[in-house]
Ligand binder design. Structure first.
Ligand code: DOR
Ligand code: ZN
Length: 438
């Protein structure tokens, strides 16, 4: 079915922002009509054409999440590729990059191919598998990047763990670059963070648990910047949480080092105080930090130091999170709250709406080298968003298999109305979409 999305405000970062209509034919963008007047009946295009009334909504390229954990194979009780992709499209994401810390680890073409096959079977969001940097995520021997790339890996990362050995990291950067694969760094000095449960500070002292200092992250970030500088290979810093990391990345970019960075909505929205209220549902790695760090992350977003917003969607089962703050695994889900939580940055004057959308679409696409935007002929990956709808985040709304979110109970604004991937409507909020056959 061909589609016409009419009456909305188009935000195609770097290209166009304003009123307009989008015509989708055979799963591709057939025309973008800028202005208020609406698209004339498409000459030569065979009906039927469904009309979606997007008035009062924004129409953006499908959101792209550089950093999710889909847990399959191996941890299907937390999430499967199908449930994770359902959560993705429910959150407006048409594409996600899934980390390699599955069981078995995605360190072989067989696992990469399995993930792609499961994603195709689910038929929801596009899935770009991120393969491991080292075999078994053990930090000792490099995976074969050439064969992983051939199998469909989009990047490499040992996310969940750092590559501790600097010589191995250097070789990994060189090999990844040679094979045209981006290396995503989980930057952490484990000797400083091991045994820590949350950020080092007043909240940890109040709870009587061991803390994780900012330096455990920034030492890793500074090392990886140094290695990127040494090798000339690009490095992408995952989940930036501290002011020192922001400063290090800002300086490095200023010197022309090919470093890019992401942060996640929880780091610019919450502080370690949230652990007092939400317990293990506010526990993740790196941990929620201080107010000073939260403000520095926002500054980093505003001045372009931090290129993208990724969720680090990390589902864990309720009984795992119920094990108590010290024992519970790290991670929170984020795909279904990312847009409304991030929209607060616009309300609070940190980013313009189009800057925010760029951090969720164009910037991650550029960093990963994947397509994005409403170019005629491109696959029609589109999200229709209602920036005004206000509601309270409720765990029962999640499509993810897991519920571990510190945003439950928060009043937010911004709802996903519809998500399309390759012109197929893979999610729609039937209460909010007005459609007519024409
Ligand atoms: O909080 C986190 N959870 N951080 C990571 O780096 C890994 C992730 C997971 O896999 O649960
Ligand atoms: Zn990580």
């Amino acid at each position: 079915m061909n589609l016409r999305i009419t009456g909305g405000r188009i935000i195609d970062p770097g290209c166009y922002e304003g009123p307009g209509d989008i015509l989708v034919v055979d799963g591709r963008i057939a025309a973008v009509h800028r202005g208020d007047s609406g698209i004339a009946p498409p000459g030569g295009i065979s009906p039927p054409c469904q009309v979606i009334d997007a008035s009062g909504k924004i129409v953006v390229p499908g959101l792209i999440d550089l950093h999710v954990h889909l847990r399959e194979p191996g941890f299907e009780h937390k999430e499967t590729i199908a449930t994770g992709c359902r959560a993705a499209v429910h959150g407006g994401f048409s594409a996600v990059c899934c980390m390699a810390n599955t069981r078995p680890v995605n360190d072989s073409p067989a696992v990469t191919e399995y993930i792609l096959a499961q994603a195709a079977k689910a038929g929801l969001a596009r899935v770009y598998p991120v393969a491991a940097v080292t075999k078994g995520l053990e930090g000792r021997s490099l995976c074969d990047y050439r064969e992983l790339k051939q199998a469909g890996a989009a990047a490499v990362s040992d996310d969940g763990r750092p590559v501790l050995d600097s010589r191995i990291m250097r070789l990994a950067l060189e090999q990844a670059c040679r094979n045209n694969l981006l290396l995503i760094s989980h930057s952490e000095d484990l000797s400083l963070s091991e045994g820590g449960v949350m950020n080092e500070g007043a909240a940890a002292r109040k709870l009587g648990v061991a803390g994780i200092p900012n330096a455990s992250e920034s030492i890793g970030v500074l090392r990886d910047i140094a290695l990127s500088e040494l090798t000339g290979a690009p490095v992408h810093i995952a989940h930036v949480s501290t002011r020192e990391s922001v400063r290090a990345i800002r300086d490095a970019k200023g010197r022309g080092v090919p470093v890019t960075a992401e942060t996640a909505p929880h780091y610019f929205t919450l502080t370690d105080e949230a652990v007092l209220r939400h317990g293990a549902d506010a526990k993740m790695s790196p941990p929620l930090r201080s107010e000073q760090d939260r403000l520095a992350v926002r500054e980093g977003l505003a001045d372009g130091t931090i290129d993208c917003i990724a969720t680090d969607h990390a589902p864990h089962a309720p009984d795992e999170k119920a094990a108590g703050l010290s024992q519970a695994p790290n991670g929170i889900i984020g795909l279904e709250t990312a847009f409304p939580v991030s929209l607060r940055l616009v309300d609070e004057g940190v980013l313009s709406l189009s800057q925010l959308i760029a951090k969720l679409t164009l910037n991650p696409a550029r960093i990963f080298g994947v397509p994005c935007g409403f170019t005629v002929g491109a696959a029609a990956d589109i999200a229709i968003l209602d920036p005004c709808a206000e509601y309270v985040v409720d765990a029962s709304m999640f499509k993810s298999r897991s519920r571990n979110s510190p945003f439950c109970g928060m009043t937010v604004r911004g709802r996903v109305v519809s998500t399309m991937v390759g012109g197929q409507v893979v999610f729609e909020d039937i209460n909010r979409v007005l459609k007519n056959g024409a």
